[in-house]
Design a protein around this ligand. Structure first.
Ligand SMILES: [Zn+2]
Length: 398
Protein backbone atom coordinates (compact mmCIF):
# COMPACT_ATOMS: atom_id res chain seq x y z
CA UNK A 1 0.00 0.00 0.00
CA UNK A 2 2.92 2.30 0.71
CA UNK A 3 6.70 2.25 0.58
CA UNK A 4 9.60 4.23 2.01
CA UNK A 5 11.31 6.36 -0.66
CA UNK A 6 15.03 5.91 -1.25
CA UNK A 7 15.59 9.65 -0.77
CA UNK A 8 13.71 12.39 1.02
CA UNK A 9 10.74 13.78 -0.92
CA UNK A 10 11.26 10.98 -3.48
CA UNK A 11 14.14 12.99 -5.01
CA UNK A 12 16.12 11.41 -7.85
CA UNK A 13 19.38 12.05 -5.96
CA UNK A 14 20.62 13.83 -2.86
CA UNK A 15 23.02 16.71 -3.63
CA UNK A 16 25.77 17.55 -1.15
CA UNK A 17 28.23 20.38 -1.60
CA UNK A 18 31.38 19.44 0.37
CA UNK A 19 33.92 22.18 1.03
CA UNK A 20 37.13 21.03 2.69
CA UNK A 21 39.58 22.79 5.01
CA UNK A 22 37.31 25.61 6.10
CA UNK A 23 39.33 26.66 9.17
CA UNK A 24 41.25 29.44 10.85
CA UNK A 25 44.04 29.93 8.29
CA UNK A 26 45.38 32.82 6.22
CA UNK A 27 48.29 32.72 3.77
CA UNK A 28 49.52 36.15 2.66
CA UNK A 29 50.56 35.17 -0.85
CA UNK A 30 51.61 38.68 -1.95
CA UNK A 31 53.20 39.67 1.38
CA UNK A 32 51.10 42.84 1.52
CA UNK A 33 49.77 42.33 5.05
CA UNK A 34 46.16 42.42 3.82
CA UNK A 35 43.73 39.59 3.21
CA UNK A 36 43.14 39.36 -0.54
CA UNK A 37 40.57 37.10 -2.27
CA UNK A 38 41.53 33.44 -2.18
CA UNK A 39 44.10 33.86 0.62
CA UNK A 40 42.03 32.91 3.66
CA UNK A 41 40.47 29.56 4.54
CA UNK A 42 37.94 31.02 6.97
CA UNK A 43 40.28 33.32 8.93
CA UNK A 44 38.82 36.47 7.30
CA UNK A 45 35.38 35.37 8.48
CA UNK A 46 32.56 37.16 6.63
CA UNK A 47 34.42 40.31 5.64
CA UNK A 48 34.19 41.34 2.00
CA UNK A 49 37.09 39.72 0.17
CA UNK A 50 36.94 36.63 2.38
CA UNK A 51 36.50 33.16 0.94
CA UNK A 52 33.17 32.66 2.69
CA UNK A 53 31.96 35.97 1.24
CA UNK A 54 33.06 34.82 -2.23
CA UNK A 55 31.15 31.55 -1.81
CA UNK A 56 27.97 33.29 -0.68
CA UNK A 57 28.07 36.06 -3.30
CA UNK A 58 28.91 33.90 -6.29
CA UNK A 59 27.23 30.59 -5.62
CA UNK A 60 24.88 30.42 -2.66
CA UNK A 61 23.03 33.67 -3.42
CA UNK A 62 22.48 32.48 -7.01
CA UNK A 63 21.54 28.89 -6.20
CA UNK A 64 19.55 29.40 -3.04
CA UNK A 65 18.61 25.76 -2.39
CA UNK A 66 22.23 24.58 -2.20
CA UNK A 67 23.49 23.53 1.25
CA UNK A 68 27.14 23.25 2.23
CA UNK A 69 28.91 20.75 4.49
CA UNK A 70 32.22 22.26 5.57
CA UNK A 71 35.02 19.95 6.71
CA UNK A 72 37.00 21.74 9.40
CA UNK A 73 40.38 20.96 10.95
CA UNK A 74 39.67 22.34 14.42
CA UNK A 75 43.24 22.77 15.69
CA UNK A 76 46.27 24.58 14.29
CA UNK A 77 46.08 23.46 10.67
CA UNK A 78 49.55 22.54 9.37
CA UNK A 79 51.06 24.22 6.30
CA UNK A 80 51.65 21.85 3.38
CA UNK A 81 55.45 22.20 3.89
CA UNK A 82 57.46 22.64 7.12
CA UNK A 83 58.72 26.12 6.24
CA UNK A 84 55.95 28.18 4.68
CA UNK A 85 57.16 30.43 1.84
CA UNK A 86 54.66 33.12 2.83
CA UNK A 87 53.39 34.68 6.06
CA UNK A 88 51.19 31.84 7.37
CA UNK A 89 48.60 32.34 10.12
CA UNK A 90 46.92 29.25 11.60
CA UNK A 91 44.96 29.08 14.86
CA UNK A 92 42.46 26.83 16.58
CA UNK A 93 38.81 27.59 15.82
CA UNK A 94 38.34 28.41 19.52
CA UNK A 95 41.38 30.73 19.79
CA UNK A 96 39.27 33.70 20.98
CA UNK A 97 35.64 34.60 21.59
CA UNK A 98 35.12 36.44 18.30
CA UNK A 99 36.47 33.49 16.31
CA UNK A 100 34.31 31.03 18.24
CA UNK A 101 31.28 33.19 17.61
CA UNK A 102 32.00 33.29 13.88
CA UNK A 103 32.40 29.53 13.46
CA UNK A 104 29.36 28.89 15.67
CA UNK A 105 27.24 31.26 13.54
CA UNK A 106 28.23 29.32 10.41
CA UNK A 107 27.50 25.99 12.10
CA UNK A 108 24.07 27.18 13.23
CA UNK A 109 23.04 28.50 9.80
CA UNK A 110 20.49 26.06 8.37
CA UNK A 111 22.26 26.10 4.99
CA UNK A 112 25.51 24.93 6.55
CA UNK A 113 26.97 22.12 8.57
CA UNK A 114 30.46 22.03 10.07
CA UNK A 115 31.86 18.51 10.10
CA UNK A 116 35.03 17.16 11.70
CA UNK A 117 38.23 17.05 9.65
CA UNK A 118 40.95 16.36 12.20
CA UNK A 119 43.03 18.67 14.37
CA UNK A 120 46.11 19.66 12.32
CA UNK A 121 45.29 17.75 9.09
CA UNK A 122 48.69 16.02 9.41
CA UNK A 123 52.44 16.45 9.60
CA UNK A 124 54.34 18.43 6.94
CA UNK A 125 57.74 17.51 5.53
CA UNK A 126 60.29 19.38 3.41
CA UNK A 127 58.16 19.14 0.28
CA UNK A 128 54.39 18.79 -0.12
CA UNK A 129 54.72 15.16 -1.25
CA UNK A 130 56.16 14.28 2.19
CA UNK A 131 53.03 15.45 4.04
CA UNK A 132 51.65 12.67 6.26
CA UNK A 133 47.86 12.94 6.53
CA UNK A 134 46.45 12.96 10.07
CA UNK A 135 44.84 9.50 10.18
CA UNK A 136 47.85 7.99 8.46
CA UNK A 137 50.14 9.41 11.14
CA UNK A 138 48.68 7.48 14.09
CA UNK A 139 50.81 4.59 15.36
CA UNK A 140 47.96 2.87 17.19
CA UNK A 141 44.26 3.11 17.99
CA UNK A 142 44.93 4.84 21.29
CA UNK A 143 46.80 7.70 19.65
CA UNK A 144 44.04 8.09 17.07
CA UNK A 145 41.38 8.09 19.78
CA UNK A 146 43.26 10.54 22.02
CA UNK A 147 43.68 12.97 19.13
CA UNK A 148 40.02 12.67 18.13
CA UNK A 149 39.00 13.37 21.74
CA UNK A 150 41.20 16.47 21.81
CA UNK A 151 39.57 17.60 18.57
CA UNK A 152 36.07 16.85 19.79
CA UNK A 153 36.71 19.01 22.87
CA UNK A 154 37.68 21.97 20.69
CA UNK A 155 34.62 21.38 18.52
CA UNK A 156 32.40 21.18 21.58
CA UNK A 157 33.88 24.38 23.00
CA UNK A 158 32.75 26.22 19.84
CA UNK A 159 29.48 24.53 18.94
CA UNK A 160 28.28 23.24 22.31
CA UNK A 161 27.84 19.70 20.95
CA UNK A 162 29.85 16.83 19.50
CA UNK A 163 30.50 16.53 15.76
CA UNK A 164 28.35 13.79 14.18
CA UNK A 165 30.41 13.16 11.07
CA UNK A 166 33.56 14.00 9.18
CA UNK A 167 36.14 13.06 6.58
CA UNK A 168 39.64 11.59 6.54
CA UNK A 169 42.19 14.29 5.72
CA UNK A 170 43.25 13.76 2.11
CA UNK A 171 41.02 10.62 2.16
CA UNK A 172 44.03 8.77 3.59
CA UNK A 173 43.69 6.24 6.42
CA UNK A 174 45.56 3.36 8.01
CA UNK A 175 44.56 0.10 9.75
CA UNK A 176 43.44 1.87 12.97
CA UNK A 177 41.42 4.62 11.33
CA UNK A 178 38.01 3.02 10.82
CA UNK A 179 37.93 1.75 14.43
CA UNK A 180 38.81 5.23 15.68
CA UNK A 181 35.75 6.63 13.88
CA UNK A 182 33.47 3.74 14.82
CA UNK A 183 34.38 3.93 18.53
CA UNK A 184 34.10 7.69 19.00
CA UNK A 185 30.44 8.27 18.32
CA UNK A 186 30.43 9.41 14.70
CA UNK A 187 27.24 8.60 12.79
CA UNK A 188 28.67 9.18 9.33
CA UNK A 189 32.05 9.53 7.66
CA UNK A 190 33.57 10.18 4.23
CA UNK A 191 36.23 7.53 3.71
CA UNK A 192 36.74 7.47 -0.02
CA UNK A 193 37.10 9.87 -2.90
CA UNK A 194 35.27 8.16 -5.76
CA UNK A 195 35.36 10.96 -8.34
CA UNK A 196 37.86 9.25 -10.60
CA UNK A 197 35.90 6.06 -11.15
CA UNK A 198 34.44 7.28 -14.40
CA UNK A 199 36.13 10.63 -14.79
CA UNK A 200 39.13 8.89 -16.21
CA UNK A 201 38.84 8.72 -20.00
CA UNK A 202 40.19 5.16 -19.94
CA UNK A 203 37.39 4.00 -17.71
CA UNK A 204 34.24 5.35 -19.30
CA UNK A 205 30.69 4.98 -18.15
CA UNK A 206 30.26 1.73 -20.04
CA UNK A 207 32.55 0.18 -17.38
CA UNK A 208 31.58 -2.30 -14.69
CA UNK A 209 28.10 -1.19 -13.69
CA UNK A 210 27.92 -3.12 -10.43
CA UNK A 211 31.24 -1.67 -9.35
CA UNK A 212 30.12 1.87 -10.11
CA UNK A 213 26.69 1.45 -8.56
CA UNK A 214 28.11 0.20 -5.27
CA UNK A 215 30.79 2.88 -5.08
CA UNK A 216 28.44 5.74 -5.83
CA UNK A 217 25.92 4.72 -3.20
CA UNK A 218 25.82 4.74 0.61
CA UNK A 219 27.68 1.99 2.49
CA UNK A 220 28.16 1.19 6.17
CA UNK A 221 31.22 0.25 8.21
CA UNK A 222 32.14 -0.72 11.77
CA UNK A 223 30.20 -2.31 14.62
CA UNK A 224 28.00 0.76 14.93
CA UNK A 225 27.22 0.81 11.21
CA UNK A 226 28.67 4.22 10.50
CA UNK A 227 27.13 5.66 7.31
CA UNK A 228 29.84 5.89 4.66
CA UNK A 229 29.10 8.77 2.28
CA UNK A 230 30.91 8.58 -1.08
CA UNK A 231 32.47 11.58 -2.83
CA UNK A 232 31.25 11.39 -6.40
CA UNK A 233 31.84 14.65 -8.30
CA UNK A 234 34.94 16.81 -8.59
CA UNK A 235 33.79 20.45 -8.48
CA UNK A 236 36.08 21.17 -11.42
CA UNK A 237 34.19 18.60 -13.52
CA UNK A 238 32.98 21.07 -16.15
CA UNK A 239 35.91 23.47 -15.78
CA UNK A 240 38.35 21.48 -17.91
CA UNK A 241 35.85 21.20 -20.69
CA UNK A 242 34.89 24.84 -20.46
CA UNK A 243 38.44 26.20 -20.45
CA UNK A 244 39.26 24.31 -23.65
CA UNK A 245 37.01 26.66 -25.58
CA UNK A 246 39.60 29.41 -25.01
CA UNK A 247 42.42 27.26 -26.25
CA UNK A 248 42.88 28.70 -29.74
CA UNK A 249 46.36 27.26 -30.13
CA UNK A 250 45.16 23.73 -30.20
CA UNK A 251 42.52 23.43 -32.90
CA UNK A 252 42.19 19.66 -32.40
CA UNK A 253 41.42 20.13 -28.76
CA UNK A 254 38.95 22.87 -29.58
CA UNK A 255 37.02 20.51 -31.83
CA UNK A 256 37.06 17.90 -29.10
CA UNK A 257 35.51 20.31 -26.64
CA UNK A 258 31.82 19.50 -27.13
CA UNK A 259 32.68 15.81 -26.89
CA UNK A 260 34.60 16.24 -23.62
CA UNK A 261 31.87 18.45 -22.28
CA UNK A 262 29.12 15.97 -22.97
CA UNK A 263 31.20 13.17 -21.48
CA UNK A 264 31.68 15.17 -18.28
CA UNK A 265 28.00 15.93 -18.01
CA UNK A 266 27.30 12.29 -18.73
CA UNK A 267 28.92 11.45 -15.40
CA UNK A 268 26.41 13.67 -13.65
CA UNK A 269 23.56 12.14 -15.63
CA UNK A 270 24.76 8.64 -14.75
CA UNK A 271 24.36 9.48 -11.06
CA UNK A 272 20.92 10.98 -11.67
CA UNK A 273 19.75 8.10 -13.86
CA UNK A 274 20.72 5.60 -11.16
CA UNK A 275 19.47 7.56 -8.11
CA UNK A 276 22.98 7.81 -6.67
CA UNK A 277 24.61 10.33 -4.37
CA UNK A 278 25.80 13.57 -5.97
CA UNK A 279 28.45 14.89 -3.62
CA UNK A 280 30.49 17.73 -5.05
CA UNK A 281 34.02 18.03 -3.71
CA UNK A 282 35.83 21.38 -3.31
CA UNK A 283 38.30 23.32 -1.15
CA UNK A 284 37.52 26.70 0.34
CA UNK A 285 40.57 28.48 -1.17
CA UNK A 286 43.42 28.06 -3.67
CA UNK A 287 46.20 29.39 -1.39
CA UNK A 288 48.95 27.07 -0.16
CA UNK A 289 52.08 27.61 1.92
CA UNK A 290 54.30 26.38 -0.94
CA UNK A 291 52.79 28.77 -3.48
CA UNK A 292 51.12 26.02 -5.53
CA UNK A 293 47.35 26.07 -5.96
CA UNK A 294 45.14 23.86 -3.81
CA UNK A 295 42.89 21.98 -6.24
CA UNK A 296 39.98 21.77 -6.65
CA UNK A 297 38.89 25.11 -5.18
CA UNK A 298 35.78 27.28 -5.40
CA UNK A 299 37.66 30.22 -6.98
CA UNK A 300 39.14 28.39 -9.97
CA UNK A 301 36.03 26.24 -10.40
CA UNK A 302 33.38 28.93 -10.19
CA UNK A 303 32.30 28.46 -13.82
CA UNK A 304 32.16 24.69 -13.41
CA UNK A 305 30.16 24.85 -10.18
CA UNK A 306 27.67 27.26 -11.70
CA UNK A 307 27.29 24.93 -14.66
CA UNK A 308 26.72 21.91 -12.40
CA UNK A 309 24.12 23.68 -10.24
CA UNK A 310 22.42 25.12 -13.31
CA UNK A 311 22.11 21.63 -14.81
CA UNK A 312 20.75 20.23 -11.53
CA UNK A 313 17.97 22.83 -11.61
CA UNK A 314 16.32 20.65 -14.22
CA UNK A 315 15.97 17.68 -11.84
CA UNK A 316 13.99 17.00 -8.67
CA UNK A 317 17.07 16.61 -6.44
CA UNK A 318 17.33 16.94 -2.66
CA UNK A 319 19.87 19.53 -1.44
CA UNK A 320 21.04 18.40 1.97
CA UNK A 321 23.93 18.36 4.41
CA UNK A 322 25.81 15.14 5.12
CA UNK A 323 24.06 14.77 8.49
CA UNK A 324 20.62 15.22 6.95
CA UNK A 325 21.49 12.56 4.40
CA UNK A 326 22.89 10.17 7.04
CA UNK A 327 19.82 10.61 9.26
CA UNK A 328 17.45 9.87 6.40
CA UNK A 329 19.42 6.82 5.29
CA UNK A 330 19.60 5.41 8.84
CA UNK A 331 15.85 5.82 9.21
CA UNK A 332 15.12 4.41 5.75
CA UNK A 333 17.26 1.33 6.34
CA UNK A 334 16.24 0.63 9.94
CA UNK A 335 12.53 1.35 10.17
CA UNK A 336 9.84 -1.19 9.29
CA UNK A 337 6.23 -0.23 8.70
CA UNK A 338 3.89 -2.70 10.42
CA UNK A 339 0.20 -2.53 9.46
CA UNK A 340 -2.26 -3.73 12.10
CA UNK A 341 -5.41 -2.78 10.19
CA UNK A 342 -5.96 -1.62 6.59
CA UNK A 343 -5.54 2.00 7.56
CA UNK A 344 -3.30 2.04 10.62
CA UNK A 345 0.34 1.21 11.20
CA UNK A 346 3.27 1.62 13.58
CA UNK A 347 6.98 2.11 12.92
CA UNK A 348 9.39 -0.44 14.32
CA UNK A 349 13.12 0.02 14.69
CA UNK A 350 15.93 -1.39 16.76
CA UNK A 351 18.22 1.64 16.55
CA UNK A 352 18.14 4.89 18.53
CA UNK A 353 18.65 8.52 17.61
CA UNK A 354 15.99 8.71 14.90
CA UNK A 355 13.83 11.25 16.74
CA UNK A 356 13.33 14.42 14.65
CA UNK A 357 14.03 12.41 11.48
CA UNK A 358 11.44 12.34 8.71
CA UNK A 359 10.71 9.59 6.23
CA UNK A 360 9.03 10.10 2.89
CA UNK A 361 6.30 7.56 2.14
CA UNK A 362 5.06 6.89 -1.36
CA UNK A 363 1.41 5.82 -1.50
CA UNK A 364 0.39 3.19 -4.02
CA UNK A 365 -3.27 4.09 -3.85
CA UNK A 366 -5.30 7.28 -4.11
CA UNK A 367 -7.69 6.28 -1.32
CA UNK A 368 -6.09 8.41 1.36
CA UNK A 369 -5.54 12.15 1.73
CA UNK A 370 -4.10 12.53 5.25
CA UNK A 371 -1.94 10.63 7.74
CA UNK A 372 -2.72 11.34 11.39
CA UNK A 373 0.44 10.89 13.45
CA UNK A 374 0.65 9.51 17.02
CA UNK A 375 1.06 13.08 18.33
CA UNK A 376 -2.28 13.91 16.56
CA UNK A 377 -0.64 16.17 13.95
CA UNK A 378 -1.89 15.76 10.37
CA UNK A 379 0.40 15.14 7.40
CA UNK A 380 -1.16 15.88 4.01
CA UNK A 381 -0.52 13.39 1.23
CA UNK A 382 0.61 15.47 -1.75
CA UNK A 383 1.20 13.94 -5.18
CA UNK A 384 1.17 10.53 -3.50
CA UNK A 385 3.94 11.51 -1.05
CA UNK A 386 3.91 12.16 2.70
CA UNK A 387 6.76 13.10 5.06
CA UNK A 388 6.11 11.49 8.40
CA UNK A 389 8.06 11.81 11.66
CA UNK A 390 9.80 8.74 13.04
CA UNK A 391 7.89 8.48 16.33
CA UNK A 392 6.42 5.72 18.47
CA UNK A 393 2.68 5.02 18.36
CA UNK A 394 -0.07 4.51 15.87
CA UNK A 395 -0.44 6.29 12.52
CA UNK A 396 -3.87 6.42 10.82
CA UNK A 397 -4.62 6.86 7.13
CA UNK A 398 -7.69 8.87 6.12
ZN1 LIG B 1 41.40 18.47 3.95
Amino acid sequence: MLEICKWYQNAVSPVIFMIDDFCNVWIDLNHNGKIDPGEDWGYAQRNSGSSLYFLEQNILDKFTEVKVTFFTPVGVRSPVIEKALFPFVSKQINCDEETKKFFRSVGENRKFEIAYHGTTHGRPGKIAADFIQEWDSFVDLKQATDTIRTGINIYKDVFGKNPVGGKYCGYVANEFSDDSIDQNGFLWWCRYCNVDLIENDNNPIEGDDQYLLSNYDIKYFGKNKVVDIPTTINGSLCHIAYSNSFNVKNIGKKMLKPLIQSRKLEQLRYLLDNSLVISIQEHIAPSRADGKRQMPNIFDDLDSLQMIFQLLKGYPVWYCTCSELANYVRARDNVDIIFDTQNSFTLETNITGLEKTQLTLKMNSNNFKVIKQPDYSDVLIKNGLANIDVIKGKFFLY
